[in-house]
Design a protein around this ligand. Structure first.
Ligand SMILES: [Ca+2]
Ligand SMILES: [Ca+2]
Length: 352
């Protein structure tokens, strides 16, 4: 049984890991969802692009495409290149030896579906740097935990970022590529958000609380940092997660959601105002669908519906697609939903 850290408030217990995500590699605003949530739903004048991927319809009515078709769990972790051409996917299998894992990591050409194998150096999916030179991932260390590593695509070199003996997870780049955000268990029992400056090697801790803070993402203007925090456990089982934003200049933190649900894995739209995230508010606990939080902080738009988990969603830089992982077919695979011209999403309260 392959165990992944996603959804776990305590991934330190897990031997295996993969998913992460980072949508905020988006320095420019785009046409999708400019002002009001209705803008997300305007018909598109552009023709449907040819796609090598099979289409299906979500119970919500939204059309999605299936990028990977593995019979074992295969993920992306915000692993799209900024030019939208490549997607980094990762899977792990039990290895021949005890506690051993075999990793399968591929760059998928989204225009052709062609795969390039990077399994010899990477164990995980992760974001591309804004200039496309690097990929940042969490990978295993000799002590059985993880560090953040940058992979330089031209040279094939892998360099550790702010190594530490504890678990380090879910890295993402700032829009200018100067900084890497990640979460770390450097203080026992509490994952906190850290900011690493590449040029100086300076590491700054941005949060300090007992909650599991993770999945940090810069907004496209670099002024805000979005993340989720595990707030506790539900009595009936499952976790309580909420979304938060840090003002990068003042350090002030604002809570965006509040409820006994698992609202998690948020990512900015390219407009820096809408946020896509996962929530189990609409169905069974522990089963997650995708929602968009509108800039008013109140309105939500439901994108998917089903008794499964859709997770690690992020917007492509041009706003055209939301990519996500889903276990709707049994094994987890990578999907995308075309947002340009979407007419299926449902406005409403997240909790109705
Ligand atoms: Ca570490
Ligand atoms: Ca914390």
């Amino acid at each position: 049984m392959i165990q992944l850290m996603h959804r776990s408030a305590h991934p330190v217990r897990r031997r295996r890991y993969l998913p992460l995500i980072a949508a905020a590699l988006l320095p420019t605003l785009i046409s999708c969802s400019a002002e009001a949530p209705e803008d997300l739903l305007e018909p598109s004048a552009s023709p449907e692009a040819a796609s090598p991927f099979a289409r299906q319809t979500d119970p919500s009515g939204c059309v999605i495409e299936q990028i990977t078709t593995a019979d074992h769990d295969e993920y992306q972790v915000q692993g799209a290149s900024v030019d939208g051409r490549l997607l980094l996917t990762a899977a792990s299998r039990e290895g021949p030896a005890e506690n051993d894992s075999v990793y399968e990591v591929y760059e998928v050409d989204l225009a052709t579906g062609k795969k390039t194998d990077l399994s010899h150096v990477l164990q995980n999916s992760g974001p591309y740097s804004p200039d496309g030179r690097f990929i940042v991932v969490a990978q295993a260390t000799d002590n059985g935990k993880t560090d953040i590593f940058e992979y330089e695509r031209a040279t094939g070199e892998l360099r550790a970022v702010a190594s530490h003996e504890e678990w380090d997870w879910l890295p993402s780049y700032s829009p200018d590529g100067r900084f890497i955000l990640f979460n770390s268990y450097r203080v026992e029992g509490q994952s906190d958000i850290h900011l690493f400056e590449k040029s100086t090697g300076t590491l700054t801790r941005l949060t300090d609380d007992p909650g599991y803070d993770a999945h940090a993402q810069f907004s496209s203007d670099g002024k805000r940092i979005l993340y989720h925090r595990q707030q506790g456990m539900r009595e009936e089982g499952g976790y309580i997660f909420d979304l938060f934003v840090i003002d990068a200049e003042t350090g002030q933190t604002t809570r965006l959601t509040d409820g006994d649900f698992e609202e998690s894995y948020p990512a900015w739209a390219p407009d820096g105002r809408h946020i896509v995230f996962s929530s189990d508010a609409g169905g069974n606990h522990g089963k997650h669908n995708l929602y968009v939080l509108a800039p008013d902080g109140e309105t939500t738009i439901r994108l998917t519906e089903g008794d499964w988990s859709d997770s690690y969603a992020f917007w492509s830089r041009d706003g055209e697609y939301i990519y996500f992982n889903s276990d709707r077919s049994g094994a987890t695979n990578v999907y995308r939903m075309r947002m340009d011209g979407i007419d299926c999403a449902r406005h409403g309260d997240l909790r109705t």
